[in-house]
Design a protein around this ligand. Structure first.
Ligand SMILES: Cc1cc2nc3c(=O)[nH]c(=O)nc-3n(C[C@H](O)[C@H](O)[C@H](O)COP(=O)(O)OP(=O)(O)OC[C@H]3O[C@@H](n4cnc5c(N)ncnc54)[C@H](O)[C@@H]3O)c2cc1C
Length: 573
């Protein structure tokens, strides 16, 4: 009771609930893609990331942002970034859950023996028994975990994602892989900068973007000069800069630089094997729109020591191997954020009364919420489908799907994210726009959304990459095969499915690339919903997204939509 009024009609925050158990679209997507998957680890993770304690860590890590200490008190360079203890708590949890490297654990164990990877899992969220090397679909399991963790805090997942993505590229240098591979799959978070052999676990980042060229990495000017050989292979000295260099407290980075034979991929550790700091100087931290808990820096290399991965001159395809995995994570991340924004909107509108009844019972609000629910479920379905492709690298169809759907999913899901977040925020009215307290999470989601669309290849770059993917095999037949199980269930999907393979074969021009990426995404999403979602969701998705019964904002589904069924399915309780 306040002196002037009683506080009423303000919803209670969404906290202490199981994010996995209450996410029917995710559970059904997993059932469709990997029916035999043991989801017990996800239930454990879903409970852990939904707690008030973890949500407090997420808030504190965003409020107390990373601080750069370029020098110590005595004026010596140290180039260290200091994080709030809550950031470390989140990192401990994410590494403990294996989100940074579990899918590679089996390869590490079989090629290198148990080594450090046999260290017992640590951290509050380490799910008992998994995700583990024995899981039949480790990438799918990890993808679902990544989506759940995104709902807790997305920005600190940047180094987690880069560590996941960097590991396969390291195999190109067996000696480096032997020392670093086991530590990259270890479940122990060890944030102290020290030589790799003294570490229980490590994280990795990547440095491609320079001032004069980001998307066009061929414009990179950082120079690499040969400097002999040692236990880790061909050693070089790197001089130059990186304009965006996220998570600079990672233990090592994959970096692009110009060698005599052309742009090459190098492995650059923060601490050299003799314990000295490598010549990587952090100039400043970026002041970003969102992504606050994560440090993104600008760096310079002054004859920094690095080791060659693979061959000189093959840097772009090598680092793109890493880029493909981080692009998957962009799609997963945006899908996770959509789900979280939707859950918050549903939680609010169920409790908030306006004009005599709960907002969720107002017809037009039901249209908005149901439309968001369709978008969120379609994003989840496509993301998990894409992750499945990474679990079957030996399967020709899955290889083509990974190549095709990576740019498609990254383009479409991330593009839809910002508009989605704005609409979900509006469901909370003015509270949605306010940073403070539990509901401030919505503002955080809104500020975070655009980054997944920009980094790791912005929208146009993804659409252009789709055109390259079309030349990688019989993509038209693979796409037709992918859509076939859903044919005959909705006229609009049938029409699109019939026309798409021809458009794919005809090879779209650059001008048409975004339209093609959109249509492939929508067709695959609809085909997945036909099999994993209830008829009400599938029908409304097809009618609106494919059949034209839709306006230009969320909340414009046709009046024949089964709003009740769609909303009941989406509710987080
Ligand atoms: C928070 C944050 C963290 C980041 N962290 C890292 C990191 O750790 N490591 C790293 O290497 N990079 C990082 N980046 C950089 C990011 O990957 C680049 O910003 C991105 O790839 C785009 O490059 P650019 O900024 O140079 O823009 P540009 O390449 O100049 O592109 C600008 C626009 O032009 C479009 N465009 C480019 N070429 C074409 C074309 N041929 N046709 C049509 N359109 C085109 C792009 O789609 C984009 O919309 C980070 C960025 C952000 C925002």
């Amino acid at each position: 009771m306040h002196a002037t009024h009683e506080v009423t009609n303000q919803p209670t925050p969404l906290v202490d609930y199981n994010l996995f158990e209450t996410n029917r679209p995710l559970r059904d997507a997993l059932k469709l893609n990997v029916p035999q998957l043991d989801t017990a680890p996800l239930t454990a993770l879903g409970a852990a990331v939904g707690t008030a304690t973890m949500q407090t860590h997420a808030r504190l890590a965003n409020v107390h942002t990373p601080q750069l200490h370029s020098h110590d008190r005595q004026g010596r360079r140290i180039d260290q970034v200091e994080f709030h203890p809550s950031y470390h708590a989140l990192m401990t949890a994410a590494v403990g859950a294996g989100l940074h490297g579990t899918p590679w654990a089996e390869h590490v164990a079989t090629t290198l023996g148990t080594g450090v990877s046999s260290l017992p899992p640590e951290g509050a969220l380490a799910p008992r028994g998994g995700p583990s090397a024995l899981t039949p679909s480790p990438h799918v399991l990890r993808a679902a975990g990544f989506m759940l963790f995104t709902e807790l805090e997305p920005s600190m997942l940047c180094p987690i994602s880069m560590s996941y993505a960097a590991t396969p590229a390291l195999r190109r240098n067996a000696a480096l892989y032997a020392d670093w591979g086991p530590r990259l799959t270890s479940r122990q978070y060890d944030p102290v900068l020290k030589p790799v052999l003294q570490k229980a676990g490590v994280t990795m980042g990547m440095g491609m973007t320079e001032k004069q060229g980001g998307s066009d990495v061929r414009a990179n000017t950082t120079q690499a000069v040969a400097d002999g050989n040692d236990a880790w292979g061909a050693r070089y000295r790197l001089t130059g800069h990186k304009w965006f260099f996220s998570a600079p407290m990672c233990d090592a980075f994959l970096v692009l630089a110009q060698a005599p034979a052309g742009l090459s991929c190098f492995f650059l550790p923060r601490v050299l094997p003799d314990g000295t700091l490598n010549a990587l100087y952090i100039q400043r931290l970026k002041d970003k729109l969102g992504n606050k808990a994560n440090a993104s820096s600008e760096v310079e290399f002054v004859q920094a020591t690095a080791w060659l991965l693979g061959e000189e001159g093959r840097g772009v395809p090598q680092i793109l191997e890493m880029g493909t995995m981080t692009r998957l994570d962009c799609a997963l991340g945006s899908s996770g954020l959509m789900r979280q924004a939707l859950a918050l909107a549903l939680n609010h509108t169920r409790q908030r009364l306006a004009f005599g009844k709960p907002l969720i019972e107002q017809e037009l609000m039901r249209n908005v919420l149901a439309d968001l629910a369709l978008e969120s479920e379609a994003a989840t379905a496509l993301s998990i489908r894409l992750a499945r492709a990474f679990d079957r690298p030996g399967d020709a169809h899955e290889q083509l799907m990974a190549r095709l759907l990576t740019p498609v999913a990254k383009f479409w899901i991330c593009k839809r994210g910002a508009g989605f977040a704005q609409e979900a925020m509006e469901c909370l009215g003015g509270n949605g726009y306010v940073e403070e307290g539990g509901e401030g999470v919505m503002a955080r989601i809104y500020r975070e959304m655009p980054v997944n669309s920009i980094w790791e290849g912005a929208g146009n770059i993804m659409a252009l990459d789709l055109l390259r993917a079309l030349r990688k095999g019989d993509v038209a037949s693979a796409l037709a095969q992918e859509l076939a199980p859903a044919l005959g269930q909705h006229a609009a999907l049938d029409r699109l499915a019939r026309s798409l393979p021809q458009r794919v074969e005809a090879m779209a021009t650059e001008t048409e690339a975004r339209r093609l990426a959109q249509d492939v995404a929508l067709a695959v999403q609809a085909a997945l919903l036909a099999r994993s979602a209830p008829p009400a969701v599938f029908a409304a998705f097809c009618a609106s997204r494919l059949g034209g019964d839709w306006g230009q904002t969320f909340g414009s589904l046709g009046s024949g939509t089964d709003f009740q069924a769609i909303l009941e399915r989406a509710l987080p309780q």
